[in-house]
Design a protein around this ligand. Structure first.
Ligand code: ZN
Length: 659
């Protein structure tokens, strides 16, 4: 049965929901047996019989995991969720058991690194590093404490997510008088009425909350008191003093993370996290953020003043989006809806996304209909490098109920010369299907962005699967995808894909120009709210185990003031009590990654521009120096040899109007 998961492409037509659990059973047992065979080998440890053997092991588990994550993300059913609940703790324990396998660690330490090339040496170092970071050098009592900390932290994170979700649902704002919804579109009002009924209200309208501080309805609601009500509901999430209050969880998670870091020899959690990023040290991150804060805050202040002048009163946090939208319409005469007829999905995909990859890297895409897919909407393309097969690209673009929100890239198969595998890469999005499907500019951006991740996977040319494509540090992984966004505004590419779906007319140039210009306005605010959240994340995770914090809100206020980002009209994108990225998700001490990668992105866009933009030579250089290397080389060394110097922050400052 497990054969269906292996091969160059998974046989999805032969995999049913009830096969998943048995497949995991077999994959886990097989991986364990493969590792046991390595440690039982009587021959002295060598790179081949230990590190390479370890790299070959677990292939079935990787494949089953890849198919499974496709089900959980894109075809989630009660059955799939039940398997997830059962398997998640077993996978974590399995990974821990291998990382802390004393016999395996002893063999790894005995491998002679002499004579290894760069990629092999990096793999040996990675295996040792991961084991040490998991506690391999600790004594048995400390390892027990570490396991207990990991288990409690994992439970607390799950609890945080659940409590936040319940709290956000409870905080949704119920409105009985439709007149108060003035400014919302008829669609939005209908959705609010539906939400009220669905959540058990006897009529009326329910304004539900999205995760960040800023709520979309604030841009259009004309009723100022309702704006204030909605904003207050958003920023007090998790600090309500009832069963949804998350403050005890925040304090406990921060404390346990500090204790774990100390156990592993670090002054604080951020030090432990940042050690494996390209930033290297917390000081380097603070230094970069410190260069952005003054200009961002000054711009946010100036924007607020401009909006206050337009409003005729000093704007509060709940007024900003409303007046910013008004200003955009008045000053730039921008109507985002006017652009949509020019952004038809098929054209954007073939004449935009694929065409840019053709011009830059010589790739061609041929749709095929013979491979099994996980949903009828899913499309499959052979990717050819000139005339040579390179890999397979799978596009699952439309929203459906069983799919989680957002957009992401993952792989069925990762490229590896060791295993002889070609990449099979997926992009999953949540576009709303139409006849035809017309996109917003943001959705076009998402397609180019996710395809940038896909290119990272498809153009990978490494030996070891660990290093394939997106197998790079977290603060580097968004770099190629952000760079790929540059082509959606490239003149040649834009002229090809942005054509009226009915008439074929090209998009009016002044419409694009106005839109581009209008995006600049509000960058001061956007940068400030992001920086505030990032600095908050760092403040919580640079606490040592002896640091006593008892009041979450007082700590937050002090941290924001100390960092110079305590602007009343620009609260953090996430406040401590609903910062799910860092308490519930995997971004603790790593929220800085987005802007860290954007420094490289903006600096690279400048390189392309300096070198004539959309040219095959430029694509080839970027591919050879960065995209193909994955994690097989030091990412920053690769960057320096591609760029000819260290990354510079100037292009990012200019892009965000902070120069
Ligand atoms: Zn991304």
């Amino acid at each position: 049965m497990t054969a269906a998961f292996l091969g160059p492409y998974p046989r999805l037509d032969a995999i049913a929901e009830e096969d998943l659990l048995p497949a995991f059973d077999e994959a886990l047992a097989r991986h364990r047996a493969e590792v046991d065979a390595i440690t039982a080998d009587p021959a002295p440890p060598t790179f081949d019989n230990t590190v390479v053997a370890l790299e070959r092991s677990g292939e079935l588990l990787r494949r089953v995991g890849a198919v499974f994550s496709t089900f959980t993300g894109s075809c989630s059913t009660p059955g799939v969720r039940a398997v997830e609940k059962e398997v998640a703790p077993r996978l974590a324990a399995h990974a821990d058991a291998i990382l802390l396998d004393a016999a395996l660690f002893a063999r790894l330490e005995a491998v002679d690194p002499d004579g290894l090339d760069v990629e092999d040496r990096r793999l040996l170092e990675r295996r040792l590093r991961d084991a040490v970071r998991a506690g391999a050098r600790l004594g048995p009592a400390e390892q027990d404490r570490l396991r207990a900390l990991n288990a409690e932290l994992s439970a607390l994170s799950t609890e945080f997510g659940a409590r936040l979700l319940a709290g956000a649902n409870a905080a949704a704002v119920h409105v009985t008088d439709v007149a108060r919804l003035d400014g919302l579109s008829p669609d939005a009002i209908a959705a609010a009425a539906r939400a009220a009924t669905e959540r058990g209200h006897d009529g009326g309208y329910l304004l539900t909350l999205v995760l960040p501080t800023g709520q979309p309805a604030l841009a259009s609601l004309t009723d100022r008191t309702l704006r204030e009500e909605l904003h207050t509901a958003s920023v007090t999430r998790g600090a309500t003093g009832d069963e949804h209050d998350t403050r005890d969880l925040v304090l406990r998670i921060a404390r346990l993370r500090a204790e774990r870091a100390a156990l592993l020899g670090h002054p604080h959690h951020a030090s432990w996290v940042v050690e494996v990023g390209t930033a290297g040290t917390v000081d380097a991150i603070r230094d970069m953020l410190g260069r952005l804060v003054p200009a961002a805050v000054a711009n946010a202040r100036a924007e607020a003043e401009e909006l206050s002048a337009l409003a005729g009163y000093p704007i509060e946090a709940w007024d900003r989006a409303f007046w910013a939208e008004r200003l955009r319409r008045e000053r730039y005469a921008v109507d985002a809806a006017a652009l949509r007829p020019y952004l038809e999905l098929e054209r954007v995909l073939h004449d935009g996304v694929f065409h840019a990859a053709g011009r830059l890297y010589g790739l061609r895409f041929a749709e095929r209909h013979d491979l099994p897919v996980h949903h009828p909407d899913v499309r499959v393309f052979d990717v050819l490098d000139g005339d040579e097969p390179l890999g397979v690209f799978v596009a699952d673009l439309f929203a459906r109920e069983s799919k989680r929100g957002g957009a992401w890239m993952h792989s069925f198969v990762t490229q590896s010369r060791l295993l002889g595998t070609r990449p099979v890469v997926l992009n999953t999005c949540n576009l709303v299907r139409g006849e035809p499907t017309l996109l917003t500019l943001d959705e076009v951006r998402t397609l180019f962005h996710e395809f940038g991740h896909a290119l990272h996977g498809l153009l990978s040319d490494v030996r070891h699967p660990t290093f394939a494509g997106t197998g790079v540090p977290r603060d580097f992984v968004e770099f190629p995808s952000q760079v790929n966004e540059m082509w959606l505004e490239d003149e040649e590419i834009l002229a090809r894909y942005a054509r009226h779906h009915a008439t074929g007319e090209p998009v009016p140039a002044e419409l694009v120009a106005r839109l581009r210009e209008s995006r600049r306005f509000g960058e001061g605010f956007a940068t400030t709210e992001y920086l505030a959240a990032t600095l908050l994340d760092l403040a919580w995770h640079t606490l040592g185990p002896a640091d006593e914090v008892t009041d979450v809100l007082a700590f937050e206020a002090a941290a924001l003031a100390a960092a110079g980002v305590d602007l009343p009209s620009a609260p953090p994108r996430y406040r401590s009590t609903y910062f799910n990225h860092v308490w519930g998700g995997g971004y603790s001490a790593a929220y800085y990654s987005y802007i860290w990668a954007e420094v490289l992105d903006a600096d690279t866009v400048e390189w392309f521009t300096e070198h004539g933009g959309l040219r095959r030579e430029n694509g080839d250089a970027f591919r050879a120096g960065l995209l193909s290397r994955g994690g097989s080389v030091d990412p920053m060394e690769a960057y320096r040899s591609f760029r000819g110097r260290d990354p510079e922050i100037g292009p990012l400052l200019a892009r965000r109007g902070l120069g």
